[in-house]
Write a protein that binds this ligand. Sequence first.
Ligand code: FAD
Length: 452
Amino acid sequence: MRVAIVGSGPAGFYAAEALLKRTDELIHVDMFDRLPTPYGLVRGGVAPDHQNIKAVTRVYEKTAARPTFRFFGNVRLGQDITVEELRRHYHQIVYAVGNEADRRIGIPGEGIPRCTPATVFIGWYNGHPDYRHAKIDLSVSRVAVVGNGNVAIDAARILLRTPAELEKTDIAAHALEVLRNSQVREVFILGRRGPEQASFTSAELKELGEMEDAEPVVAASELAGCVASPESALNSQQEKNLKILQSFAERPPGTKPKKLHLRFLVSPTEVIADAAGNVCGLKLEKNRLELQPDGTTAARGTGEIETLEVGMVLPAIGFSLERIAGVPYDEKARIIANEDGRVVDPVSRSVIANEYVVGWARTGAQGLIGSHKAASAHVVAHMMADGATFAARELPDREAIVSLLRGRGLQIVSFSDWKQLDDVEVARGERRDAPRDKIVDVAGMLAILAQH
Ligand SMILES: Cc1cc2nc3c(=O)[nH]c(=O)nc-3n(C[C@H](O)[C@H](O)[C@H](O)COP(=O)(O)OP(=O)(O)OC[C@H]3O[C@@H](n4cnc5c(N)ncnc54)[C@H](O)[C@@H]3O)c2cc1C
């Protein structure tokens, strides 16, 4: 049986692991990624000061070392290869393409210089090739980060870390240089709803109290002003978060030079530009919370407006899937149309045989890395249950896909090629005592491989 997995992030690798571990079936897995480097957001999203989380790639390396696994890096579905071609060469396809596009707030002024989606900022500091040329101007002193999830926290924390805290990480060298000269002194994390509804994980929130040069600031009124859910409705993460925020609010004013303000119950309504067209402020509307009949809480604008003076705005309000030619797209949820991981026609909802989706492309941007292990295995169980539909189908030779791609002049990056790049990056990193110094452009990566 031959399976194509498109995307080499955690969800793709856990699907590969579940397939390759099976002893009842000989399964060949070919994994494609549009980048020459594997691991998706573990490389391009997880914050550089969270190196321990990246150790998970050792598990993926073990999967990649299995004899029936091949990696085809630098191959983009929808551009270098089509869905039809994958259908011809494989019995089953698993889409594991994540959620790489950002969501827009949809307010006037969004998109002016220094109003930069967090996706761009994060990709830039993580050395993602798509964002290496992003214009990140940190000559401003105050920044607003819009959103109440871990991505907002990551962006704020990286803005406030000292160069010494960052240089021993795998942060991209170009970003370290800009951050060294950063003038940012205050960051505001802005939540539309209250502290209870924030989706920060407690460990990330707590870490805000442990930065070398920066400290969290929470006004007691921010916590008092929200409608508390009935006590029983709070889950353990919400309870922990509230305790942490309470402890921040009770801190006496600190002496650290940089401040991280956590504000709740405000929605941005307009990004304001100065005479040169750059961000100089963000209009905010005060919200109140309304308890809905179904027990959820909604934020409603009160009409009370304030202007927050900031020189940069980073919206971090979520992600969506960019449409890929030939892959059924769910317009509303902005994911691949699916029923429990089986790809379906978005209109009729009928199952498209032998096509599956895992990870963020299946659910939207929710869930930590570890959550994909069980979720991808669940979808692999469907693949096995549906197996009768592929068993008899004859496929072209296994090497035919390689000839097809090479015939298009593509430089395919194998897993051993990636390991060469990995060695080069690790060696470069030693110069600043960092785990690696990333190569940030695809042409540069391919040139290194051409020399070896
Ligand atoms: C900023 C940020 C920080 C995070 N930090 C943490 C953390 O500290 N801890 C934690 O547990 N979780 C963290 N997460 C969540 C975690 O990264 C995700 O749960 C996980 O990466 C989602 O896995 P995925 O495989 O679905 O997608 P991804 O990791 O996004 O992988 C998708 C892959 O598909 C490839 N691809 C996309 N389109 C194509 C195409 N057309 N053709 C070929 N390949 C394609 C991409 O190049 C990418 O390699 C973070 C997420 C973000 C955004």
